[in-house]
Write a protein that binds this ligand. Structure first.
Ligand code: S3P
Length: 434
């Protein structure tokens, strides 16, 4: 039961290297494991979620050597070289790992069991098992449609044309990975653009696919060529510092080599619309992913109506953005974000409860929140074991009048193991109690 205690005030300074991108780290392990030969990865996020993916592939017979901090060599076994694990594959807190692996494992000749922690075991899995069943997969869930997932191997998969009912990169990616094993073409249409890391990384491994806005198609039966992957710093982790530096007067920070994939930069677009001073320096490429050094200076923020088209592009950043809204002048309205209710926690309810504890007027709605900017008091927050809730409220301390205590913070290690150290180095008065 790790607790964060934040003393009020301060500002953020310095160059802050945030760790590697979680979404891209999962995909790098998966595709490197399926390539024909040895690939290298640099900038891998050594957080619990991605380590669960690493352990799963090791359990399926893939040799993965650590060659340095965030660096590894993966001896890919080819699309048909995985072996059955002798134990259930434990995905911990990682929704991405479970949903993507469901698709990948549906195409194997052997059966697998996927399990997760209490939070992951509550999250909806039919959103992947139903379309996978349309492809010929046989996967059983609990009656509630949750993990454990029993994936029955040896099924012949075939491609489908599928229109995603929700804008979800996890569903899209799960079907694309199953599509590698399917006869014919798998074609996916999305209601709004979602993160396209799977598509970009398949291209990096030389797998042919057609990719245009809102649509992706690939055919089974190809092969993945080994390659060298460099993983950008995670914009979702950078988001806490984007908000912290924006709200704490006198701040100026630089976040080097952060991913600025257009499907991920909703947080920058939204903060800029609120008045934030964010500059993208030295734009360049890390393989198929665009990156830049992000410079942030504090600025007065205004409440806004958040454009719905930005929601999928900022889906993991709303805990941090709600803190920005609480520190802005006037009202901020979010709609079209019902997906937030089925993340690691119900992020609409948990954030509204926490903001109210700190004296902010926050009204949760079915698909969003209405927040009146105001003065933050101190208080005790329950993060419900959600890493992003914990880190968002830690940043609120920069503008609070009294200390903030945040309970149940151990899961910060799923995505940002050195968060407290880096935040303290930047100027946040944070104490971690085990
Ligand atoms: C992810 C996609 C998003 C995001 C999650 C990571 C991914 O989920 O919330 O943290 O890596 O594909 P959805 O695509 O289900 O919205």
């Amino acid at each position: 039961m790790t607790t964060f205690i934040i003393q009020p005030g301060g500002c953020l300074h310095g160059s802050l290297p945030v760790p590697g991108d979680k979404s891209i780290s999962h995909r790098a392990i998966m595709l490197a494991a399926l390539a024909e030969g040895a690939s290298t990865i640099d900038g891998f996020l050594e957080g619990a979620d991605c380590l669960a993916t690493r352990h799963a592939f090791a359990a399926m017979g893939v040799t993965i050597e650590s060659t340095g901090q965030g660096q590894m060599r993966i001896h890919g076994v080819g699309l048909h070289g995985l072996r059955a694990s002798s134990v259930p594959l434990d995905m911990g807190n990682a929704g991405t790992a479970m949903r993507l692996l469901a698709g990948l494992l549906a195409g194997q000749p052997f059966s697998s069991t996927l399990i997760g922690d209490a939070s992951l075991s509550r999250r909806p899995m039919r959103r992947v098992t139903e379309p996978l069943a349309l492809m010929g997969a046989k996967i059983t869930t609990t009656e509630a449609g949750t993990a454990p997932l029993q994936i029955h191997g040896g099924q012949a998969l075939h491609g489908i044309d599928y229109a995603l009912p929700v804008a979800s990169a996890q569903i899209k990616s799960s079907l694309l990975l199953a599509g590698l094993y399917a006869q014919g073409t798998t074609s996916i249409t999305e209601p709004a653009p979602t993160r396209d890391h799977t598509e970009r990384m398949l291209q990096a491994f030389g797998y042919p696919l057609e990719h245009s806005t809102g649509q992706v198609r690939l055919s089974g039966g190809g092969r993945l060529n080994p390659t060298a992957i460099r993983i950008p710093a995670d914009i979702s982790s950078a988001a806490f510092f984007l908000v912290g530096a924006s709200i704490a007067e006198g701040s100026e920070i630089c976040l080097p080599a952060v991913g600025i994939n257009p499907t991920r930069i909703g947080v920058i677009n939204i903060l800029r619309q609120m008045g934030a001073d964010i500059q993208l320096d030295h734009p360049r490429w890390a393989g198929y992913e665009p990156i830049a050094d992000i410079r942030v200076r504090s600025a007065p923020l205004q409440g806004i109506v958040i454009p719905e088209d930005q929601v999928p592009l900022a889906i993991d950043e709303f805990p941090a953005l709600f803190i920005a809204a609480a520190c802005a002048q006037g009202e901020t309205r979010l709609t079209g974000a019902a997906e937030l209710r089925v993340k690691e926690s119900d992020r609409i309810q948990v954030m509204a409860d926490g903001l109210r504890r700190l004296g902010i007027v926050a009204e949760p709605t079915a698909d969003g929140m209405i927040i009146q900017g105001g003065g933050l008091q101190g208080g005790t927050i329950d993060s419900h074991g959600d890493h992003r809730i914990a880190m968002a409220f830690a940043m609120a301390g920069l503008r609070a009048a009294q200390p903030i205590t945040i309970n149940d913070c151990a899961n910060v290690a799923t995505s940002f193991p050195n968060f407290a150290r880096l935040a303290e180095q930047a100027g946040l008065a944070i104490e971690v109690q085990p």
